[in-house]
Design a protein around this ligand. Sequence first.
Ligand code: PA5
Length: 467
Amino acid sequence: MDRISLNWKNASTRAVGQQHGVSEKDLAALAGPIKKLTKQFADQRKAGELRFRELPYNEDMLDAIESQVEHFRDRCEVLIILGIGGSALGNIALQSALNPSTYNLMSDRTRSGPQLFVLDNVDPEMIKATIDHLTPKIKKTIVNVISKSGETAETASQFILFRDLLQAKLGKKYKDNILATTDPSEGTLREIVKAEGYRTLEVPPGVGGRFSVLSAVGLFSAAMCGIDIQALMEGARDMDKRVKEPDVLKNPAAMIAAVHYVLNNRGKNMSVMMPYSNALYYLADWYRQLWAESLGKQNGLHKKNVFAGQTPIKALGTTDQHSQVQLYREGPNDKVITFLEVERFSSKLTIPDSMKHVQSLRYLAGSNFQSLINSEKLGTEYALLESQRPTMTINFPVISAQTVGQFIYLYEVATSYMGGLLDINTYDQPAVQLGKDATYALMGKSGFDELNRKIQAVAKRDKKFTI
Ligand code: PA5
Protein backbone atom coordinates (compact mmCIF):
# COMPACT_ATOMS: atom_id res chain seq x y z
CA MET A 1 0.00 0.00 0.00
CA ASP A 2 1.22 3.54 -0.76
CA ARG A 3 1.69 5.33 2.55
CA ILE A 4 1.52 9.01 3.34
CA SER A 5 4.36 10.35 5.49
CA LEU A 6 5.01 13.33 7.72
CA ASN A 7 8.25 15.26 7.55
CA TRP A 8 8.68 17.83 10.33
CA LYS A 9 12.36 18.70 9.92
CA ASN A 10 11.61 22.26 8.87
CA ALA A 11 9.67 22.85 12.07
CA SER A 12 12.68 21.84 14.18
CA THR A 13 15.09 24.21 15.91
CA ARG A 14 17.81 22.85 13.61
CA ALA A 15 15.95 24.35 10.66
CA VAL A 16 14.29 27.52 12.01
CA GLY A 17 16.20 28.27 15.20
CA GLN A 18 15.53 28.10 18.92
CA GLN A 19 12.76 30.67 19.05
CA HIS A 20 10.62 29.31 16.22
CA GLY A 21 11.28 25.59 16.14
CA VAL A 22 10.69 22.42 18.13
CA SER A 23 13.74 21.13 19.99
CA GLU A 24 14.67 17.66 21.19
CA LYS A 25 14.14 18.97 24.70
CA ASP A 26 10.58 20.06 23.82
CA LEU A 27 9.84 16.59 22.50
CA ALA A 28 11.44 14.90 25.46
CA ALA A 29 9.15 16.93 27.72
CA LEU A 30 6.12 15.70 25.76
CA ALA A 31 7.21 12.05 25.57
CA GLY A 32 5.49 11.24 28.90
CA PRO A 33 2.19 13.04 28.18
CA ILE A 34 2.00 11.50 24.70
CA LYS A 35 2.62 8.03 26.08
CA LYS A 36 -0.08 8.62 28.67
CA LEU A 37 -2.54 9.88 26.07
CA THR A 38 -1.84 6.89 23.83
CA LYS A 39 -2.71 4.56 26.70
CA GLN A 40 -5.74 6.68 27.59
CA PHE A 41 -7.04 6.44 24.01
CA ALA A 42 -6.54 2.65 24.01
CA ASP A 43 -8.41 2.37 27.32
CA GLN A 44 -11.20 4.62 26.09
CA ARG A 45 -11.60 2.50 22.98
CA LYS A 46 -11.84 -0.64 25.09
CA ALA A 47 -14.52 1.08 27.17
CA GLY A 48 -16.55 1.85 24.02
CA GLU A 49 -15.58 5.53 23.79
CA LEU A 50 -13.81 7.36 20.92
CA ARG A 51 -16.12 5.52 18.57
CA PHE A 52 -14.85 7.30 15.49
CA ARG A 53 -11.72 5.19 15.86
CA GLU A 54 -13.71 2.00 15.27
CA LEU A 55 -15.51 3.14 12.11
CA PRO A 56 -12.98 1.61 9.69
CA TYR A 57 -13.66 -1.80 11.25
CA ASN A 58 -17.44 -1.62 11.06
CA GLU A 59 -18.39 -4.17 8.41
CA ASP A 60 -22.12 -3.96 9.18
CA MET A 61 -22.05 -0.24 8.50
CA LEU A 62 -20.32 -0.78 5.17
CA ASP A 63 -22.85 -3.47 4.22
CA ALA A 64 -25.71 -1.11 5.04
CA ILE A 65 -24.17 1.66 2.92
CA GLU A 66 -23.50 -0.66 0.04
CA SER A 67 -27.01 -2.01 0.07
CA GLN A 68 -28.43 1.54 -0.15
CA VAL A 69 -26.00 2.32 -2.97
CA GLU A 70 -27.18 -0.77 -4.80
CA HIS A 71 -30.78 0.33 -4.31
CA PHE A 72 -30.34 3.89 -5.55
CA ARG A 73 -27.46 3.84 -8.01
CA ASP A 74 -29.19 2.81 -11.24
CA ARG A 75 -32.02 5.28 -10.85
CA CYS A 76 -29.95 8.25 -9.80
CA GLU A 77 -28.57 10.87 -12.16
CA VAL A 78 -28.40 13.69 -9.63
CA LEU A 79 -27.52 13.23 -5.97
CA ILE A 80 -28.31 16.11 -3.64
CA ILE A 81 -26.75 16.18 -0.20
CA LEU A 82 -28.52 18.35 2.35
CA GLY A 83 -26.28 18.86 5.36
CA ILE A 84 -23.91 21.33 6.94
CA GLY A 85 -20.68 21.32 8.96
CA GLY A 86 -19.71 17.79 9.85
CA SER A 87 -22.61 16.54 7.74
CA ALA A 88 -21.20 18.03 4.53
CA LEU A 89 -17.49 18.93 4.65
CA GLY A 90 -16.33 15.33 4.52
CA ASN A 91 -18.55 14.58 1.51
CA ILE A 92 -17.10 17.56 -0.35
CA ALA A 93 -13.54 16.64 0.62
CA LEU A 94 -13.86 13.03 -0.56
CA GLN A 95 -15.50 13.99 -3.82
CA SER A 96 -12.93 16.69 -4.63
CA ALA A 97 -9.98 14.50 -3.67
CA LEU A 98 -11.00 11.36 -5.48
CA ASN A 99 -13.03 12.39 -8.50
CA PRO A 100 -11.97 14.74 -11.31
CA SER A 101 -12.65 18.46 -10.79
CA THR A 102 -14.83 18.34 -13.91
CA TYR A 103 -16.90 15.43 -12.55
CA ASN A 104 -20.28 17.19 -12.69
CA LEU A 105 -19.61 18.40 -16.22
CA MET A 106 -18.90 14.91 -17.55
CA SER A 107 -21.51 13.04 -19.54
CA ASP A 108 -23.71 10.47 -17.81
CA ARG A 109 -21.78 7.74 -19.62
CA THR A 110 -18.28 8.87 -18.60
CA ARG A 111 -19.00 9.91 -15.00
CA SER A 112 -18.50 7.20 -12.36
CA GLY A 113 -21.86 8.03 -10.72
CA PRO A 114 -24.57 10.69 -10.50
CA GLN A 115 -23.87 14.41 -10.53
CA LEU A 116 -23.26 15.47 -6.95
CA PHE A 117 -24.36 18.71 -5.32
CA VAL A 118 -23.64 19.25 -1.63
CA LEU A 119 -25.81 22.13 -0.47
CA ASP A 120 -24.03 23.21 2.68
CA ASN A 121 -25.53 26.68 2.83
CA VAL A 122 -28.90 28.38 2.70
CA ASP A 123 -28.02 30.92 0.06
CA PRO A 124 -31.32 31.21 -1.84
CA GLU A 125 -29.65 31.82 -5.20
CA MET A 126 -27.48 28.74 -4.88
CA ILE A 127 -30.44 26.59 -3.86
CA LYS A 128 -32.66 27.98 -6.63
CA ALA A 129 -29.99 27.37 -9.27
CA THR A 130 -29.65 23.77 -8.10
CA ILE A 131 -33.41 23.26 -8.21
CA ASP A 132 -33.60 24.72 -11.72
CA HIS A 133 -30.88 22.32 -12.78
CA LEU A 134 -32.42 19.20 -11.32
CA THR A 135 -36.10 19.83 -12.07
CA PRO A 136 -36.01 18.27 -15.57
CA LYS A 137 -34.31 15.21 -14.01
CA ILE A 138 -36.46 15.10 -10.89
CA LYS A 139 -37.42 11.44 -11.32
CA LYS A 140 -33.76 10.55 -11.28
CA THR A 141 -32.84 12.87 -8.40
CA ILE A 142 -32.09 11.37 -5.00
CA VAL A 143 -32.03 13.60 -1.95
CA ASN A 144 -29.81 12.44 0.91
CA VAL A 145 -30.64 14.55 3.95
CA ILE A 146 -27.93 14.22 6.60
CA SER A 147 -28.52 15.51 10.09
CA LYS A 148 -27.75 13.86 13.38
CA SER A 149 -30.24 16.07 15.23
CA GLY A 150 -32.66 16.97 12.46
CA GLU A 151 -32.97 20.37 14.10
CA THR A 152 -30.25 22.27 12.27
CA ALA A 153 -32.13 25.15 10.66
CA GLU A 154 -30.14 25.06 7.42
CA THR A 155 -30.65 21.38 6.75
CA ALA A 156 -34.23 21.30 8.03
CA SER A 157 -35.31 24.21 5.82
CA GLN A 158 -33.71 22.69 2.75
CA PHE A 159 -35.29 19.35 3.52
CA ILE A 160 -38.76 20.87 3.74
CA LEU A 161 -38.20 22.56 0.39
CA PHE A 162 -36.85 19.49 -1.41
CA ARG A 163 -39.45 17.17 0.10
CA ASP A 164 -42.20 19.45 -1.17
CA LEU A 165 -40.61 19.66 -4.57
CA LEU A 166 -40.36 15.89 -4.85
CA GLN A 167 -43.92 15.51 -3.63
CA ALA A 168 -45.23 18.06 -6.13
CA LYS A 169 -43.47 16.40 -9.06
CA LEU A 170 -43.65 12.72 -8.13
CA GLY A 171 -46.80 12.45 -6.04
CA LYS A 172 -47.01 9.61 -3.55
CA LYS A 173 -43.82 8.04 -4.88
CA TYR A 174 -41.71 10.98 -3.66
CA LYS A 175 -40.50 8.95 -0.67
CA ASP A 176 -38.60 6.61 -2.98
CA ASN A 177 -36.25 9.49 -3.81
CA ILE A 178 -35.23 10.30 -0.25
CA LEU A 179 -32.55 8.78 1.92
CA ALA A 180 -32.23 10.12 5.46
CA THR A 181 -28.96 9.75 7.35
CA THR A 182 -29.55 10.40 11.03
CA ASP A 183 -29.29 9.11 14.58
CA PRO A 184 -30.62 5.53 14.81
CA SER A 185 -33.12 6.29 17.56
CA GLU A 186 -33.26 9.96 18.54
CA GLY A 187 -33.88 13.39 17.09
CA THR A 188 -36.35 15.26 14.93
CA LEU A 189 -35.26 13.71 11.66
CA ARG A 190 -35.63 10.21 13.10
CA GLU A 191 -39.19 11.11 14.15
CA ILE A 192 -39.98 12.33 10.64
CA VAL A 193 -38.50 9.15 9.21
CA LYS A 194 -40.68 7.05 11.46
CA ALA A 195 -43.77 8.99 10.45
CA GLU A 196 -43.05 9.06 6.72
CA GLY A 197 -41.08 5.86 6.16
CA TYR A 198 -37.96 6.82 4.21
CA ARG A 199 -34.99 4.58 3.66
CA THR A 200 -32.27 5.42 6.19
CA LEU A 201 -28.64 5.16 7.11
CA GLU A 202 -27.23 5.83 10.54
CA VAL A 203 -25.06 8.55 12.00
CA PRO A 204 -23.33 6.28 14.50
CA PRO A 205 -24.06 7.17 18.13
CA GLY A 206 -21.06 8.60 19.93
CA VAL A 207 -19.49 9.95 16.74
CA GLY A 208 -19.57 13.74 16.44
CA GLY A 209 -20.26 15.44 13.11
CA ARG A 210 -16.68 16.46 12.40
CA PHE A 211 -15.44 12.93 13.12
CA SER A 212 -18.10 11.24 11.00
CA VAL A 213 -16.76 11.33 7.45
CA LEU A 214 -15.82 7.64 7.58
CA SER A 215 -19.41 6.70 8.43
CA ALA A 216 -22.56 6.70 6.28
CA VAL A 217 -22.42 10.50 6.51
CA GLY A 218 -19.48 10.72 4.10
CA LEU A 219 -19.39 7.27 2.58
CA PHE A 220 -22.79 7.01 0.92
CA SER A 221 -22.23 9.90 -1.49
CA ALA A 222 -18.65 8.76 -2.05
CA ALA A 223 -19.72 5.23 -2.97
CA MET A 224 -22.56 6.53 -5.17
CA CYS A 225 -19.97 8.54 -7.09
CA GLY A 226 -17.74 5.54 -7.68
CA ILE A 227 -15.19 6.09 -4.89
CA ASP A 228 -13.77 2.87 -3.47
CA ILE A 229 -14.93 3.12 0.14
CA GLN A 230 -13.39 -0.23 1.05
CA ALA A 231 -10.00 1.20 0.05
CA LEU A 232 -10.66 4.34 2.10
CA MET A 233 -11.30 2.19 5.15
CA GLU A 234 -8.25 0.06 4.41
CA GLY A 235 -6.17 3.25 4.44
CA ALA A 236 -7.74 4.36 7.72
CA ARG A 237 -7.06 0.96 9.31
CA ASP A 238 -3.47 1.10 8.16
CA MET A 239 -3.08 4.54 9.77
CA ASP A 240 -4.67 3.25 12.96
CA LYS A 241 -1.69 0.90 13.40
CA ARG A 242 0.72 3.81 13.01
CA VAL A 243 -1.02 6.14 15.44
CA LYS A 244 -1.19 3.59 18.25
CA GLU A 245 2.55 3.94 18.75
CA PRO A 246 3.33 5.51 22.16
CA ASP A 247 6.66 7.01 21.04
CA VAL A 248 6.05 10.51 19.69
CA LEU A 249 9.01 10.14 17.31
CA LYS A 250 7.29 7.19 15.62
CA ASN A 251 3.68 8.32 15.73
CA PRO A 252 2.72 10.87 13.03
CA ALA A 253 -0.53 11.95 14.75
CA ALA A 254 1.26 12.54 18.04
CA MET A 255 4.01 14.44 16.23
CA ILE A 256 1.53 16.73 14.41
CA ALA A 257 -0.02 17.54 17.78
CA ALA A 258 3.35 17.94 19.53
CA VAL A 259 4.69 20.39 16.92
CA HIS A 260 1.50 22.44 17.00
CA TYR A 261 1.35 22.35 20.79
CA VAL A 262 4.95 23.47 21.33
CA LEU A 263 4.73 26.21 18.73
CA ASN A 264 1.29 27.36 19.87
CA ASN A 265 2.86 27.90 23.29
CA ARG A 266 5.41 30.13 21.55
CA GLY A 267 2.71 32.35 20.06
CA LYS A 268 2.12 30.51 16.79
CA ASN A 269 -1.60 30.46 17.21
CA MET A 270 -2.42 29.88 13.53
CA SER A 271 -2.21 26.64 11.64
CA VAL A 272 -2.11 26.89 7.89
CA MET A 273 -2.78 23.85 5.75
CA MET A 274 -1.55 24.40 2.24
CA PRO A 275 -2.05 21.60 -0.26
CA TYR A 276 -0.12 21.83 -3.51
CA SER A 277 -2.99 20.05 -5.22
CA ASN A 278 -6.45 21.30 -6.09
CA ALA A 279 -7.84 17.85 -5.35
CA LEU A 280 -6.63 18.02 -1.75
CA TYR A 281 -7.77 21.60 -1.13
CA TYR A 282 -11.10 20.60 0.38
CA LEU A 283 -9.34 18.29 2.82
CA ALA A 284 -7.90 21.53 4.20
CA ASP A 285 -11.46 22.84 4.51
CA TRP A 286 -12.47 19.68 6.35
CA TYR A 287 -9.39 20.08 8.59
CA ARG A 288 -10.37 23.66 9.38
CA GLN A 289 -13.58 22.52 11.03
CA LEU A 290 -11.89 19.61 12.81
CA TRP A 291 -9.13 21.77 14.33
CA ALA A 292 -11.31 24.82 15.06
CA GLU A 293 -14.39 23.22 16.57
CA SER A 294 -12.47 20.57 18.49
CA LEU A 295 -9.77 22.75 20.01
CA GLY A 296 -11.27 26.22 20.37
CA LYS A 297 -12.47 26.03 23.96
CA GLN A 298 -12.90 28.60 26.71
CA ASN A 299 -12.69 26.12 29.56
CA GLY A 300 -10.26 23.26 30.04
CA LEU A 301 -11.02 19.94 31.70
CA HIS A 302 -9.29 21.11 34.87
CA LYS A 303 -9.00 24.90 34.48
CA LYS A 304 -11.43 27.65 33.60
CA ASN A 305 -10.85 30.38 31.03
CA VAL A 306 -7.95 28.78 29.18
CA PHE A 307 -9.19 30.08 25.81
CA ALA A 308 -7.43 27.24 24.00
CA GLY A 309 -7.16 26.79 20.27
CA GLN A 310 -5.26 27.62 17.16
CA THR A 311 -6.87 29.29 14.15
CA PRO A 312 -6.80 26.90 11.18
CA ILE A 313 -6.36 28.49 7.78
CA LYS A 314 -6.53 26.92 4.35
CA ALA A 315 -4.29 28.04 1.54
CA LEU A 316 -3.71 26.58 -1.91
CA GLY A 317 -0.33 26.13 -3.55
CA THR A 318 0.69 27.53 -5.93
CA THR A 319 -2.26 29.97 -6.11
CA ASP A 320 -1.72 31.51 -2.68
CA GLN A 321 1.98 32.04 -3.25
CA HIS A 322 0.68 35.04 -5.18
CA SER A 323 -1.66 36.08 -2.39
CA GLN A 324 -0.52 34.94 1.07
CA VAL A 325 3.18 34.10 1.07
CA GLN A 326 4.31 37.71 1.38
CA LEU A 327 2.48 37.78 4.71
CA TYR A 328 3.62 34.29 5.73
CA ARG A 329 7.29 35.32 5.21
CA GLU A 330 7.38 38.89 6.44
CA GLY A 331 4.31 39.31 8.62
CA PRO A 332 4.11 38.14 12.23
CA ASN A 333 5.83 34.81 12.82
CA ASP A 334 2.64 33.32 14.27
CA LYS A 335 1.92 30.37 11.99
CA VAL A 336 2.69 26.69 11.69
CA ILE A 337 2.39 25.79 8.03
CA THR A 338 1.65 22.26 6.83
CA PHE A 339 2.10 21.53 3.16
CA LEU A 340 0.35 18.63 1.47
CA GLU A 341 2.42 17.45 -1.47
CA VAL A 342 1.72 14.84 -4.13
CA GLU A 343 4.69 12.88 -5.37
CA ARG A 344 3.06 11.31 -8.41
CA PHE A 345 0.01 12.99 -9.90
CA SER A 346 -2.22 10.82 -12.07
CA SER A 347 -0.85 12.81 -15.01
CA LYS A 348 2.46 14.68 -15.18
CA LEU A 349 1.25 16.73 -18.16
CA THR A 350 4.12 17.85 -20.35
CA ILE A 351 4.80 21.51 -21.03
CA PRO A 352 5.31 21.75 -24.81
CA ASP A 353 8.68 22.99 -26.08
CA SER A 354 7.21 25.28 -28.73
CA MET A 355 8.50 28.39 -26.93
CA LYS A 356 12.04 27.21 -26.42
CA HIS A 357 13.29 29.96 -28.71
CA VAL A 358 12.13 32.49 -26.09
CA GLN A 359 15.22 32.73 -23.90
CA SER A 360 13.41 33.56 -20.65
CA LEU A 361 10.92 30.66 -21.04
CA ARG A 362 13.37 28.01 -22.27
CA TYR A 363 13.60 26.39 -18.80
CA LEU A 364 9.97 25.31 -19.14
CA ALA A 365 10.30 23.64 -22.53
CA GLY A 366 9.67 19.91 -22.35
CA SER A 367 9.31 19.92 -18.59
CA ASN A 368 6.00 19.03 -16.94
CA PHE A 369 3.42 20.44 -14.56
CA GLN A 370 4.16 17.86 -11.87
CA SER A 371 7.78 19.05 -11.66
CA LEU A 372 6.64 22.65 -11.74
CA ILE A 373 4.11 22.41 -8.91
CA ASN A 374 6.47 20.37 -6.73
CA SER A 375 9.38 22.74 -7.42
CA GLU A 376 7.14 25.63 -6.42
CA LYS A 377 6.27 23.84 -3.19
CA LEU A 378 9.91 23.21 -2.37
CA GLY A 379 10.79 26.76 -3.38
CA THR A 380 8.16 28.14 -0.98
CA GLU A 381 9.29 25.82 1.79
CA TYR A 382 12.85 27.08 1.29
CA ALA A 383 11.75 30.73 1.20
CA LEU A 384 9.78 30.29 4.44
CA LEU A 385 12.75 28.58 6.04
CA GLU A 386 14.92 31.55 5.12
CA SER A 387 12.49 33.65 7.17
CA GLN A 388 12.56 31.18 10.10
CA ARG A 389 8.96 30.10 9.50
CA PRO A 390 8.25 26.53 10.71
CA THR A 391 6.72 24.17 8.16
CA MET A 392 5.88 20.49 7.92
CA THR A 393 5.00 18.36 4.92
CA ILE A 394 2.53 15.53 4.50
CA ASN A 395 3.67 13.59 1.47
CA PHE A 396 1.08 11.70 -0.59
CA PRO A 397 2.94 9.24 -2.87
CA VAL A 398 -0.26 9.32 -4.93
CA ILE A 399 -3.80 10.55 -4.33
CA SER A 400 -5.90 7.43 -3.86
CA ALA A 401 -8.74 6.26 -1.67
CA GLN A 402 -6.17 4.51 0.52
CA THR A 403 -3.96 7.56 1.05
CA VAL A 404 -6.96 9.85 1.62
CA GLY A 405 -8.32 7.35 4.18
CA GLN A 406 -4.93 7.45 5.93
CA PHE A 407 -4.93 11.25 5.95
CA ILE A 408 -8.43 11.53 7.43
CA TYR A 409 -7.70 9.09 10.21
CA LEU A 410 -4.30 10.71 10.85
CA TYR A 411 -5.79 14.16 11.40
CA GLU A 412 -8.70 12.89 13.47
CA VAL A 413 -6.26 11.22 15.86
CA ALA A 414 -3.85 14.21 15.76
CA THR A 415 -6.80 16.34 16.89
CA SER A 416 -7.40 13.95 19.80
CA TYR A 417 -3.74 14.26 20.83
CA MET A 418 -3.81 18.05 20.53
CA GLY A 419 -6.99 18.23 22.63
CA GLY A 420 -5.36 15.92 25.16
CA LEU A 421 -2.24 18.09 25.39
CA LEU A 422 -4.39 21.21 25.72
CA ASP A 423 -6.41 19.40 28.40
CA ILE A 424 -9.75 20.32 26.89
CA ASN A 425 -12.84 18.41 25.76
CA THR A 426 -12.05 17.76 22.07
CA TYR A 427 -15.47 16.40 21.19
CA ASP A 428 -17.99 19.03 22.25
CA GLN A 429 -18.84 22.42 20.70
CA PRO A 430 -20.70 24.40 23.37
CA ALA A 431 -20.15 27.76 21.71
CA VAL A 432 -21.98 26.81 18.50
CA GLN A 433 -25.35 26.60 20.23
CA LEU A 434 -25.92 30.29 20.96
CA GLY A 435 -25.78 31.23 17.28
CA LYS A 436 -28.19 28.38 16.49
CA ASP A 437 -30.57 29.58 19.24
CA ALA A 438 -30.34 33.14 17.99
CA THR A 439 -31.44 31.97 14.54
CA TYR A 440 -34.37 30.13 16.11
CA ALA A 441 -35.26 33.31 17.99
CA LEU A 442 -35.08 35.49 14.89
CA MET A 443 -37.08 33.02 12.84
CA GLY A 444 -39.83 32.94 15.48
CA LYS A 445 -39.35 29.50 17.05
CA SER A 446 -41.39 29.31 20.24
CA GLY A 447 -39.53 29.50 23.55
CA PHE A 448 -36.95 31.97 22.27
CA ASP A 449 -38.80 35.29 22.82
CA GLU A 450 -36.46 36.60 25.49
CA LEU A 451 -33.42 35.92 23.31
CA ASN A 452 -35.15 37.63 20.41
CA ARG A 453 -35.61 40.75 22.51
CA LYS A 454 -31.91 40.80 23.40
CA ILE A 455 -30.90 40.39 19.77
CA GLN A 456 -33.05 43.32 18.66
CA ALA A 457 -30.59 45.64 20.43
CA VAL A 458 -27.81 44.24 18.23
CA ALA A 459 -29.97 44.51 15.13
CA LYS A 460 -30.47 48.24 15.58
CA ARG A 461 -28.31 50.03 13.02
CA ASP A 462 -27.43 53.20 14.93
CA LYS A 463 -26.78 56.05 12.48
CA LYS A 464 -23.82 57.22 14.51
CA PHE A 465 -21.97 54.06 13.52
CA THR A 466 -23.19 53.84 9.94
CA ILE A 467 -21.34 55.57 7.15
O1 PA5 B 1 -19.33 18.78 13.90
C1 PA5 B 1 -20.47 19.03 14.28
O2 PA5 B 1 -20.97 18.46 15.26
C2 PA5 B 1 -21.32 20.04 13.55
O3 PA5 B 1 -20.63 20.63 12.51
C3 PA5 B 1 -22.58 19.37 13.00
O4 PA5 B 1 -22.19 18.36 12.11
C4 PA5 B 1 -23.47 20.38 12.29
O5 PA5 B 1 -23.82 21.41 13.19
C5 PA5 B 1 -24.72 19.72 11.76
O6 PA5 B 1 -25.44 19.10 12.79
P1 PA5 B 1 -26.58 18.05 12.46
O7 PA5 B 1 -25.93 16.86 11.85
O8 PA5 B 1 -27.22 17.73 13.77
O9 PA5 B 1 -27.54 18.71 11.51
